[in-house]
Structure formats: structure tokens, C-alpha cells
Design a binder for this molecule. Structure first.
Ligand code: KG4
Ligand code: ZN
Length: 336
């Protein structure tokens, strides 16, 4: 099988995206229409608005992805789409579009798990990267340490017991008045703060060394804000952002390195929106260097939601002959 071109569609949250990927590794086009401006004034993603915006955006985004790649509905080999996890109404727009294309043009249809897609983003920039490898998945909805044993096959080592890492960024950003989307705003504010000024707890789950818990850290930030307010002191937002970012980074870095050491893995693939955080990237890179581990992190644009990663993941299902049929439905709570 050579020169397989997959049209991939992603609409699980607040990005309408389409891409054409050749042979699972080459990006021919990667169109992302972000709805950030739409949701900013509400302080977070409003599911109803997201679905409506996806409906408006999906056809132009798909058309643009095909045209930039110099392809047509007839020339592609398959259509792939994220079918979960995510917001049900948002997922349904992409799933319906992909099914319509597959049906009208008689093309194979491939359903892709969004989280698997995030991990596969690294395949696009590292042609030699092959499983098995350890992954640290840090997105808005998920936080996992896992081994990708083969394409599409994961062994979960640990997960979050409460908030996902990105969710914690978003909640803390809201509490200190930085708004949505929280991650990039905290990163920017933290640049002028002192990460040592305020110490927030690094939560651990005693009986499960690779699980995560961020709710205690988040509550500690809220308590700190409250206590300062009661005392009539002005809060230094930059210090809070820096202290929180340091705490999350210590937890993620420490646990990933510990897992790699215990499992004897010498490669870590970091994936998901939080992997776009420059402070976390530098810290993990430094610690991996010390431990003799090679770190793979996608460029920032491929960390947050996009369809290129969905096309990369889809290719390995395609070559194994795995197909979805026209009963494919959105599965909002889909696991890895
Ligand atoms: O992977 P993603 O785009 O969507 C999900 O699958 O959830 O991740 C979005 C999450 C949001 O919580 C956002 O605040 C966080 O990733 N994020 C960041 C940064 N950029 C995005 N968190 C920390 N630092 C960033 N620079
Ligand atoms: Zn995502």
C-alpha cells in the first residue's frame, strides 16, 4: 500500500478542523477553525454554541483542507473522523459530515479516538517513531500515563482521580480573573511571577503511584485567594500563576520520569493541549535529559486540537483493514 491519502475531520470540542494526511505521516493540509473568540465572553466552551458553529464551519473547512492538499472527494482513499470522547453535539457534526462523504463517494470510513489522535500527533514530526513507548497525555479532559503498545493499543498506568491537568489550568485561570482559555493565559501571566513565592500542594494518590489528583492543588489556590481577600491584601496574580504552573509541572514531570524508570522505557511522548505549555516542555526536557530519556513533544499547533493527528492515527487502522460503517455514532465518554 503506498500513497494513501486520508481526509480527517475533528470537531470534538471548540475547534472545527480538517486535514489531508499521506501515509499516516505527511501533512498535506491542516485547517483549524478555532471558536475561542466565540466562547471567551462566556468564560468557557458553551456546548450549544459550539455545535452550531461547527455546522457553519464544517463544509468550508473540509473544502479548504482538500483544496490546499490538491485533492478532491474522489481522489482521497478514506475519510476519518473523531467519534469520541468530547461534546456529543460537537462530535455529531464531524461524524455526520464524514459519514455523508463516505456514503456519497463510497469511501472507507474510519472512526478515531480523540485521545489516541493526540498521541499520534508526534508521529507526524518524527518519521522514525514507532510504538511501544510511554505517553504522558495532558489535555483539557484527560490526564493519563499510558504505554502505547501498538498503534491504537494502550495500557493505562495511571489517570486523574478528579480534574484533568488542562481543566485545573482553566479553573485556576478563572479564579484569578484571567478567563478562558486558561492554559495560555496562566503561562503568559506566570512569566512575570515567582514560582517559589507561594507553595501549592503536589497531590499524590498513595495506593496508585501513577494516578494524578489536581483538585487539592486547585482548592489550595482558591483558599489562598480567599485568605488574601479576607486579610485585605492585594493578590499577586503573576505569583499565583507561576506557583500553580510550577506545582502542575512538578507533578507531571516527576510522575512521567518515575514511570519511565520503573518500566525501563527510554522514550516519553507528551501529548494534548497542556503539552503546548512552554514551562512544562522545558522542565520535562531537562529532566528527561538528566535521566537519559528521549522526549517527543509535537510543535504547539499539533498539541492542541487538530485533524492532522486524527489522520495519523486513522492510517494505522486503515492499513489493518479496520472500518466503521454508517451506524458510527458519537461516543462522548469513549475511553482509550
Ligand atoms: O487537547 P486540547 O486542545 O483539548 C482537549 O482534548 O481537551 O486541550 C485543551 C486544554 C485546555 O484545558 C487548555 O487550557 C490547555 O489545554 N492548554 C494549555 C496551554 N494551551 C492549552 N495549558 C497550559 N499551557 C498552555 N500553553
Ligand atoms: Zn484534545
Amino acid at each position: 500500500m503506498s500513497n494513501i491519502k486520508i481526509l480527517a475531520i475533528e470537531s470534538s470540542c471548540d475547534e472545527t478542523a480538517a486535514a489531508v494526511i499521506a501515509n499516516g505521516r505527511e501533512i498535506r493540509s491542516n485547517i483549524i477553525n478555532s471558536q475561542i473568540d466565540l466562547h471567551t465572553k462566556y468564560g468557557g466552551v458553551v456546548p450549544e454554541l459550539a455545535s452550531r458553529k461547527h455546522i457553519e464551519n464544517i463544509n468550508p473547512v473540509v473544502r479548504e483542507a482538500l483544496s490546499q492538499a490538491g485533492e478532491t472527494f474522489d481522489s482521497i482513499d478514506a475519510v476519518a473522523v473523531t467519534y469520541g470522547p468530547g461534546l456529543v453535539g460537537a462530535l455529531l457534526v464531524g461524524v455526520s459530515a464524514a459519514k455523508a462523504i463516505a456514503f456519497a463517494k463510497n469511501k472507507p470510513l474510519i472512526g478515531v479516538n480523540h485521545i489516541e489522535g493526540h498521541v499520534c500527533a508526534s508521529l507526524l514530526e518524527h518519521p522514525d517513531l514507532e510504538p511501544p513507548f510511554l505517553c504522558l497525555i495532558v489535555s483539557g479532559g484527560h490526564t493519563n500515563l499510558a504505554v502505547m503498545e501498538d498503534y491504537g493499543k494502550f495500557r493505562i498506568l495511571g489517570s486523574t482521580r478528579d480534574d484533568a491537568a488542562g481543566e485545573a489550568f482553566d479553573k485556576v485561570a478563572r479564579a484569578i480573573g484571567l478567563g478562558y482559555p486558561g492554559g495560555p493565559k496562566i503561562e503568559a501571566a506566570a512569566k512575570s511571577g515567582d514560582p517559589e513565592a507561594i507553595h501549592f500542594p503536589r497531590g499524590k494518590v498513595d495506593e496508585a503511584p501513577f494516578d494524578f489528583t489536581f483538585s487539592g492543588m486547585k482548592s489550595a489556590v482558591l483558599n489562598y485567594l480567599n485568605q488574601e481577600k479576607m486579610a485585605g491584601r492585594e493578590v499577586n496574580t503573576a505569583d499565583v500563576a507561576a506557583g500553580f504552573q510550577q506545582a502542575v509541572t512538578d507533578v507531571l514531570t516527576g510522575r512521567a520520569i518515575e514511570a519511565a524508570k520503573q518500566l525501563g522505557e527510554d522514550r516519553i511522548v507528551m501529548a494534548g493541549g497542556v503539552a503546548a505549555n512552554g514551562f512544562l516542555r522545558e522542565s520535562l526536557e531537562r529532566e528527561c535529559g538528566r535521566a537519559g530519556i528521549k522526549l517527543y513533544v509535537p510543535s504547539k499547533l499539533l498539541c492542541t486540537d487538530n485533524a492532522a493527528m486524527i489522520g495519523a492515527a486513522a492510517y494505522y487502522h486503515y492499513i489493518r483493514g479496520e472500518r466503521a460503517d454508517l451506524t458510527l455514532n458519537a461516543v462522548p465518554g469513549l475511553g482509550l
